[in-house]
Design a protein around this ligand. Sequence first.
Ligand code: ADP
Length: 813
Amino acid sequence: MIWELPVVALRNMVIMPGVTMNIDVGRPKSKRAVDEAQSADRRVLVVTQKEAATDDPMPGELFEIGTLAVIKQVVRLPDNTYQVLVESQERVRMLDQVPGSYLRVRVETLDTQPGNPDELRVLMQETKSAFEEYQRQNKTLRLDNYQLEGIKTLTSAGALADQIAHHATWTLEEKQAVLDTSGEQPRLTLVLQHLTRDLERFNMDKKVAGRVKEQMDANQREYYLREQMKAIGKELGGGEEGPAEVEALREKIEAAGMPAEVKEKALKELARLERTPGGSPEGTVVRNYIDWLTDVPWSKRDEEILDIVRTRTILDDDHYGLDDVKERILEFLAVRQLTHKPDELDEQGEKKQRTAEERIEDSELRAPILCLVGPPGVGKTSLGKSIARSLNRKFVRMSLGGMRDEAEIRGHRRTYIGSMPGRIIQGMKNASVVNPIMLLDEIDKMASDWRGDPSSAMLEVLDPEQNHTFQDHYLEVPYDLSQVMFITTANSLQTIPRPLLDRMEIIQIPGYTMPEKLQIAKRYRLPRQLRGHGLEGRLEVTDAALQRIIEEYTQEAGVRNVDRMISKLARKAARALLETPWEGVKTVDAENVPDYLGIPLFKPNRMEKEAQVGVAQGLAWTSVGGTMLVVEALATPGTGRINMTGSLGDVMKESVQAAVAYLRKHATEYGADPEFYKNTDLHVHFPDGATPKDGPSAGITIATAVISAITGRPARMDIAMTGEISLRGRVLPIGGVKEKLLAAHQGGIREVIVPKDNEPNLQDLPESIRGELKIHTASNVGEVLERLLLAAPEQPVSPPPTLSKPAQPGASS
Ligand code: ADP
């Protein structure tokens, strides 16, 4: 059907068929068209112009398809525009222009081509629910329930498409496209496509928005928690893991020169620290751990000076005498110097990892570990220090005495509160270089019990095949001890576990003679103490005074107490100098010594030299060196009982039994009553009863005292002796000859008897002592007694006096 209609051009809007709405008309040509329509059948063509900017559009500037509408009402507004209520009816196509003073065109109505009803029904269903969803999600679309119900109840597919296109927030072009499509099915399909597209967009927007929101929520939550944590930390008085601290730790890790594996571990712990709240106990544990990892040296080392001549000079500077010991140390270092292989470096300048074979070969070549053995105060520690100084290496000392727990060496696992690395790693931290000299003091005093055996851990430390991967429980990562030089010390070899002993090169330091002590005191300790007390040039101590100090104020194998006494003397002198100042140099001579040190602690060891009945002069060896030991025996009429006092061990009791048995066999030889074992009670006593004593080496001394008591023949006291006795009277060899003879010499004895089998040991004796001591050897008790027992006097001699000796710790004979 063809119509001739006045045209109202629309800007920015498309009017769909079936819609009633107000449009504002302001342009003169459009107003004229409205006027014309009103004066005729009220029909107009409303059609959208392609460009909104065009003021007076020609038909070519309008879309081809528009809507035939009926004007329902025109309101003339005060601004001279019309507000026109139109009811659009059907889509029409513009055909041509009808000439005239306003735009008037001919249009034809478009046929609606109905589609497949079934398909249309499904399509409508889908479109309706899509639109329902669309209007729910589209925030800019405001449909009231009445409008919505209206759309949902539509039964015409074409009308449905047009209504939706009217409400939807689509572009002009999109709406025009719907208007352009006259077929019902294609039009509805187009509308559904647009709806689906929009729904997808909405969904996507929602997802993105959701994600953004989630992100924001998470951030906010974390921030909130952190703030709370900080607040709690502050309340508890803790600091907070500021980024600055973490950075500082990171720098420390970078600078520590760790092996890659250790560094990785450290960085992992650092990441953990970052995650833990400040002030929390866990944070402290982790930080401590990182501190340990970074404080232990991993690659820093001192350049070693291997120069035997220099070492010799330094050892001599620091120590008097000890020629054998220094000789041995120099030999030891010489071997080290000759077999020392510098670490091979690879292309990157990193230390090359050695293969297992190389390591074993290396460790076989490597000199064993030095072990300095001797009584306290003989200079073991200070020798260690001198070695370190001469090699230009750091020195760390670690006492193993009384250590009974493996964990002391290896540390505790980090799971324990307050756990720490073991002493080895602590020592390394103190050394701060990977190649210190580590002195392991008193390795003979390590004990083992249910807490584990520290000596097995020690074995690992000292074994060059194992110690490059030393395991500390706290540190968790293996630590390389292979560049450490270990020196051990011990008072006696007897309690060192065998496997440890096998790894060590033993150097014995027996103790000093009186003249040696005097020289040490005079040349080394005294000058140092005077300097230390500000008395240089103000005080002088004569040799006689020093000698008196050594003899009457100390009794030891080493010089530790001598040093202590000199220091005490210097202290008193320093105070005196301030209280009553003196001019020039003040001299301390032997008779002034008590003014400074009080009454003498020991009587000079030159004791009874007169022969007595039932007394014999023995020599014993204790952990603090050799000492003199007197044995007393008393025979009284009785029934043959034997009584022993003075804290004797079983071995010593057996020695008494052996002496009695020997005498029973040889009674007549020595002029004893052959029935003495029936009618005489015997009491054997070792003075200084509080100190437990044991060991076989008092055998011949006991025999002498016992036989002297029973026969009534006095025994010489100016000869000291040592030796084990067998039932048949043989004299068996004993240990510690050198130490015992030194003690005898110091005690003023000039004649001694030792077992024949100990003859080779005499070579160790210092020349000075050998010259002054008359040494007899004996293989049989008979020889001993012959030398010691005098003829029985006419009348009985006075009973032996009670000899008192100062306390000696743990004496064994
Ligand atoms: P140890 O470790 O054997 O118990 P120290 O090394 O502690 O003994 O020695 C104790 C003191 O005696 C130190 O001050 C040391 O310098 C000094 N000393 C020991 N022997 C000598 C010596 N031969 N010459 C100089 N001083 C010595």
